[in-house]
Design a protein around this ligand. Structure first.
Ligand code: RFL
Length: 396
């Protein structure tokens, strides 16, 4: 069997690359280890930058999103017992889109497989890459129906198989270095069956630890609670979760949090990595396969999509017109944004976690940073530029 491109992973990155290829009538095969139902229901991200939404729209992938996504125009920091609203749309005329990742993945699968006629195989096992350093790479996998290994020849492999995939290790074994950062902090990630208690994202900076609220839909809200890394979610029964959220998000004059059933409760250890370069030979990584950003700044899915736009366009240019400039510049172009967002995550992590660090010096300086956001328009606009994302700095 032969396809010009094999895409590993049916997440936001892989599906966007695959859609770009199909739109240009380039054949590709998407291999995914999970089932369609599983990837269409896996709850994760929900915040999309406007430049990313425009990128999806230009590729004909934002129809449902533009009809159904919520628009956020402000975020609110809560500290020292008071609520401080940062109305970023008033400052910039721009906003965030709120569209849960499973809905986006569902749209992208439907468009790729059902509308554009692309080939996608779910529940494959034991995926392996071969000869990606040569002009004749291939991918093999164990077929779920027959239990037999199948070999697929191709020209390119797009490694979009996320943080737990196999493609990253091919690069890091020989061609790339991996830079890592560990925040030494855990977040209890919660999904609750309750409407959000404010119309925007809330960041609670509290001596007891960070707490956040990210609206997802009128019925479901995501919350985060800082906790020790590696903490057991069972240490967080319903009553403890809600009393800590109430304590850390308390602010004068704000309505009480609406409690609801907890649908998901997981501890995330906050860490980042960046693979440099993101490509070697005929293998190109995109999204979480190449770089992880802790959900501190809600950038992971955005970066995955930025990568995918570049990779999809570069593969199409090469395979339809023999133009290799996009592929040659791919890694460097992605990494400029990746490092910018890594730096922003680190900055924001200091703000979120300084007050609870137990170090009064860090608590003092990070509170000063927070107050400056509300006292200085220049500080506010620098924050908003990174928070909302920008197309301008990267030439796209
Ligand atoms: P994905 O979505 O993980 O997709 C990779 C796919 O590859 C499959 N796979 C394989 N396929 C073939 N062969 C193999 N060997 C394979 N191994 C794995 C997997 O099953 C999967 O379907 O990666 P992608 O496309 O790079 O997308 C990245 C985003 O999913 C990720 O960055 C975000 O979810 C991160 N993130 C957030 N990002 C945001 O922009 N805004 C947010 O608000 C936000 N919140 C979050 C998040 C991530 C979270 N978790 C659970 C890590 C909140 C949470 C709780």
């Amino acid at each position: 069997e032969r396809f010009p491109v094999v895409v590993l992973g049916a997440g936001p990155a892989g599906l966007t690359v695959a859609n770009a290829l199909r739109a240009a009538s380039v054949d590709c095969l998407v291999l995914e280890t999970e089932s369609r139902q599983f990837v269409e229901q896996r709850p994760r991200a929900g915040v999309l930058e406007e430049p990313v939404v425009r990128g999806l729209e230009r590729r004909g992938l934002a129809g449902n999103l533009l009809r159904r996504a919520g628009r956020h125009t402000a975020c609110e920091f809560r500290f020292d017992g008071a609520a401080h609203r940062l109305a970023y749309a008033d400052l910039t005329g721009r906003h965030h889109f709120v569209y849960p990742q499973p809905l986006l993945v569902t749209d992208l699968i439907r468009e790729y497989a059902d509308v554009r006629g692309g080939t996608l195989r779910f529940e494959v096992r034991d995926v392996a890459l071969h000869d990606t350093d040569t002009d004749h790479p291939s991918v093999s996998y164990v077929c779920p129906e027959t239990g037999r290994r199948r070999l697929v020849h191709c020209d390119f492999v797009a490694g979009c198989d996320g943080a737990r995939g196999v493609s990253r290790s091919v690069l890091t074994a020989r061609h790339a270095r991996i830079a890592r950062h560990d925040y030494g902090i855990g977040w209890l990630a919660l999904l609750a069956e309750t409407p959000p208690s404010a119309d925007c994202v809330l960041f609670g900076v509290h001596p007891g630890g960070f707490a956040g609220q990210m609206p997802r839909s009128p019925e479901v809200t995501r919350f985060y609670l800082q906790c020790p890394p590696g903490d057991d979610p069972e240490n967080w029964p319903h009553e403890r979760v809600w009393s800590e959220l109430r304590r850390r998000l308390a602010a004068a004059g704000t309505p009480p949090l609406a409690e609801g059933k907890l649908l998901e409760k997981r501890v995330l250890d906050m860490h980042d990595y960046v693979v440099e370069p993101m490509a070697a030979g005929r293998l190109f990584l995109a999204g979480d396969a190449a770089h992880l950003t802790a959900p501190i700044a809600a950038k992971g899915m955005n970066l995955a999509l930025h990568d995918a736009f570049l990779l999809g366009d570069a593969l199409v240019a090469y395979l339809t017109a023999g133009d290799d400039s996009g592929l040659a510049g791919y890694s460097a172009a992605c990494l400029r944004r990746v490092w910018d967002y890594q730096e922003f995550s680190q900055w924001l992590s200091d703000v979120y976690h300084g007050a609870s660090s137990g170090d009064p010096y860090r608590a003092g300086t990070t509170l000063a940073r927070l107050r400056r956001l509300f006292a200085s328009p220049a500080a506010a606009s620098a924050f908003v530029e990174q928070y909302l994302g920008t197309a301008d700095h990267y030439g796209d």
